[in-house]
Design a protein. Structure first.
Length: 255
């Protein structure tokens, strides 16, 4: 019996089309699942926040039992807190300020800054990759001309603008992560620019959290350290402008 020459080719094409369809369905299922997890996590946080959980007052009320756990298991506690911090950032859960205050209150200025700095940068990178996986293709199909211009700007000044945005406390952490994930910025540059840009505000908020930790022992919220921390936060926009201008001058001289 003779097999037509074109039949194997047709079968192979059918198999490839079937494989592509299966791969597309798998990616779609992964995107829907991941998106649902993020929506559930953010919705749960917002519901708890409305009930008074994850506020500064709530944090102060939890410090004594949490501090006892940290005292008994310092290494495990730090690792678990770091993992929770990074995961919250990766899922774009809007509780970074409370977590940063908690890092200072429970672990002190130096260890708390280390946890917050790396936790926020790794969490931001996770959110960056998730946004790229979930939304980038859709966004670029809808607005191709816009993203061509954005990508050109990213290629020339992407790191400079990312650091500048990170230095401004008014720009939401989650918004920067998601927006950057839609662009052509690579993960390596995104990570180190985020780590550098978020370090000043992380250090200031951790310092405020360390003051909360002292306040739990004295019953006083407005300790000198906390007052200094708030003054530093208030001065940060001015410092941001100076740093941004200095970076712009360096960039201009390199051209």
């Amino acid at each position: 019996m003779t097999i037509p020459a074109g039949r194997p080719h047709h079968a192979g094409s059918t198999f490839r089309r079937s494989g592509k369809a299966g791969g597309h369905a798998g990616r779609l299922a992964a995107r829907v699942t991941l998106g649902a997890v993020m929506v559930l996590a953010i919705g749960s946080f917002l519901a708890l926040h409305q009930s008074g959980t994850f506020s500064i007052a709530w944090l102060r009320g939890q410090l004594q039992p949490l501090d006892a756990i940290v005292s008994r298991h310092p290494v495990i506690s730090a690792l678990l807190y770091f993992a929770a911090y990074a995961l919250a950032g990766g899922l774009s859960i809007p509780g970074g300020t409370i977590l940063t205050l908690g890092a200072g209150a429970l672990f002190g200025v130096w260890e708390g800054t280390l946890i917050a700095s790396f936790g926020s940068a790794i969490g931001a990178s996770m959110a960056f990759l998730i946004a790229r996986f979930l939304l980038r293709d859709f966004a670029r199909r809808r607005m191709p001309k816009l993203f061509r211009r954005v990508d050109q700007g990213i290629a020339e000044d992407g790191v400079f603008y990312l650091i500048s945005a990170r230095l401004v406390p008014l720009v939401p952490y989650e918004l920067i992560n998601i927006t950057a994930g839609l662009t052509a910025l690579d993960l390596k540059r995104f990570y180190w620019a985020s780590q550098l840009g978020m370090l000043p505000i992380n250090a200031v908020v951790v310092n405020a959290g360390a003051s909360l930790g002292r306040g739990k022992l004295t019953g006083t919220l407005f300790t000198p350290r906390l007052i200094v921390a708030f003054l530093l936060i208030a001065a940060l926009p001015l410092a941001t402008t100076l740093i941004r201008d200095a970076l712009g001058l360096v960039r201009h001289r390199q051209r």
